[in-house]
Design a binder for this molecule. Structure first.
Ligand code: NAP
Length: 520
């Protein structure tokens, strides 16, 4: 087992610790020590992975532990040249990968799944150290991430076409499904592993090959996946990873979105970036799969079971410190249950939430990914307070990018936090009186990813479920993601669906074959 920063000798540890204390003077006591990753060397990869080879770039960029600011690795900073090599390699590999039988592809994906499962602890530590989430959540992410390789290893063998009744006796109509080709996969930092496998599992199962560009903050999980792909026997060029710094991202993104050899751009991230990538992909009329931002409403009606609603609110708001696209962003609570709900929620926050380094046992709230993210939450809190909201819990930014879990009451729809995605541990509560009012507020958004409804009135549940303008709805349930179900949004939350039997569709073309001249 090696310490994460290979260049850090035992002698420089005290110096690093001193530096850490200088950088973060008010760091909670638990943070004022070095945290070491302890991941075995083969899984701690720091070079790009192109055409089955580990490649160095001309320069490197640092990966930081967001909880301490400590550098945990230096990773090759790939540029457009490496991105182009990866696209070419993927195109070459596509010619043979698509010829493999579905069963062969299925077996390799299953082997990759098994390896992820065998290495789950190390993979989880990588996630915790590069993205900050508590170890327990990282372990859940690894299981969730691996489950897409398992699911799509099974779906690979079920890519059926159709034989359609023909209007002419001398013809047969066949609809064949074929892989689209090279897939550019661009992913965010908040699920550094699962957002890759949810796409790559589907792409490889269909017979496509991929080039992955992970987020600057979290390249290590992507590179560990490449190591395991190689161990699983995925052929060279089928799975490529080009990590890069934020400076290089636009030029790498340009190659991945404009190269004529690329057939589809599959992106998960913010709506703003999604629009940039869509514009670039339009010139060569590529397919696009877009999993973009959300602004989930969480509606609690008077008839709700309050214990269930509070449990759901805690789970859907504070997972990954509020940094998931399906995190509830606006809590709409009916007048009759409002005060009891808010009081019970406050008690649950006191009892259940504990800030700290993600690797510390008992931590439930890690840091936000960086200080910009923390600043955004602070700005939303002060805007809300200036417009009349009451801070019932938290409200303050702590050292580094830690943010107190925050509960706001008397929130109104003119406040920033009800208009834009927060991506942090801020829980704003809006009081409403009627179902119509709640639905009008919930649907007054340009995005529509997830929505939640708590009620015990079956007729109301059906009305609300159908009326919510979102791609995902949780009824009396706050945690919804699973590979069996479709994931994706409406409006500006994106295009296409991931997971489920539909998740493979974006990576397939349907070819109509007219088989004519048949004699009766
Ligand atoms: P982001 O800023 O849009 O970044 C996402 C990815 O896009 C990163 O890899 C980023 O690279 C890259 N990128 C940015 N500009 C690019 C360009 N010009 N060309 C190519 N790549 C480019 O989003 P984020 O802040 O990381 O993630 C948070 C957002 O993702 C939230 O809005 C959240 O709701 C959304 N999200 C959606 C889903 C979903 O399934 N719908 C899931 C998770 C997250 P750098 O890291 O180098 O900037």
């Amino acid at each position: 087992m090696s310490r994460l920063c290979p260049s850090m000798s035992p002698v420089c540890v005290p110096r690093t610790l001193r530096l850490l204390r200088q950088l973060f003077p008010g760091l909670p006591a638990a943070m004022q020590r070095l945290y070491s990753l302890d991941v075995s060397a083969p899984l701690l990869r720091t070079q790009g992975y192109v055409d089955g080879r580990w490649v160095s770039a001309a320069s490197v960029f640092p990966v930081l532990d967001p909880a301490t600011g400590q550098e945990i690795a230096r990773v090759s900073d790939c540029g457009p040249a490496e991105a182009k090599q990866a696209v070419d390699a993927a195109f070459k590999a596509f010619q043979s990968w698509k010829q493999r039988s579905a069963k062969e592809r299925s077996v390799l994906l299953r082997r990759w799944f098994d390896l992820m499962t065998n290495h789950k602890e190390e993979l989880a530590r990588l996630i915790t150290f590069e993205c900050g989430k508590p170890l327990q959540e990282s372990l859940s992410e690894v299981a969730y991430s691996a489950s897409f390789l398992e699911w799509f290893s099974e779906e690979a063998r079920r890519v059926y076409g159709d034989i359609v009744p023909s209007p002419n006796k001398d013809r047969k109509i066949l609809l064949l499904k074929q892989p689209v080709g090279v897939s550019s996969i661009i992913t965010p930092w908040n699920f550094p592993s699962a957002m890759i496998t949810r796409k790559v599992g589907a792409a490889l199962a269909a017979g496509c090959t991929v080039v992955v560009k992970p987020a600057e903050d979290t390249p290590l999980s992507a590179l560990a996946l490449a190591e395991l792909a190689e161990q699983a026997g995925i052929p060279a060029g089928v799975f490529n990873v080009v990590p890069c710094s934020r400076e290089k991202t636009p030029s790498v993104g340009e190659v991945l979105c404009t190269d004529p050899l690329v057939a589809i751009v599959s992106f998960t991230g913010s709506t703003a970036t999604g629009k940039v990538l869509l514009r670039m992909a339009a010139d060569t009329v590529k397919k696009a799969s877009m999993e973009l931002g959300g602004h989930a409403p969480f509606i609690v009606f008077d008839s709700a079971d309050i214990d269930v609603a509070v449990r759901g609110a805690m789970a859907s708001k504070f997972r990954n410190s509020g940094q998931t696209c399906v995190c509830s962003n606006r809590f709409l609570v009916q007048s009759g249950i409002h005060d009891r709900f808010v009081e019970q929620l406050g008690r649950a926050m006191d009892a259940e939430l504990r800030l700290g380094h993600g690797s510390e046992p008992g931590t439930t709230q890690g840091p936000l990914i960086n200080s910009r993210a923390a600043e955004k939450v602070v700005q939303q809190v002060s805007d809300a307070v200036s417009r009349g909201a009451k801070v019932l819990k938290g409200g303050k930014r702590l050292d580094g990018s830690f943010m107190e879990p925050t509960l706001l009451a008397d929130v109104t729809t003119d406040m920033l936090c009800t208009k834009e995605e927060t991506f942090g541990p801020l829980l704003p509560v809006i009081r409403f009186n009627t179902e119509e009012e709640a639905l009008a507020i919930a649907n007054a958004s340009n995005v529509g990813l997830a929505g939640y409804c708590y009620s015990q009135d079956v007729s109301q549940i059906w009305r609300v479920m159908e009326a919510l303008e979102t791609g995902i709805v949780g009824i009396n349930e706050g945690l919804l993601s699973t590979p069996e179900a479709s994931f994706g949004g409406v409006k500006e939350s994106g295009l296409g669906r991931e997971g489920s039997k539909y998740g493979i569709d974006d990576y397939l073309d349907v070819k109509y074959v007219c088989f004519g001249g048949l004699k009766p």
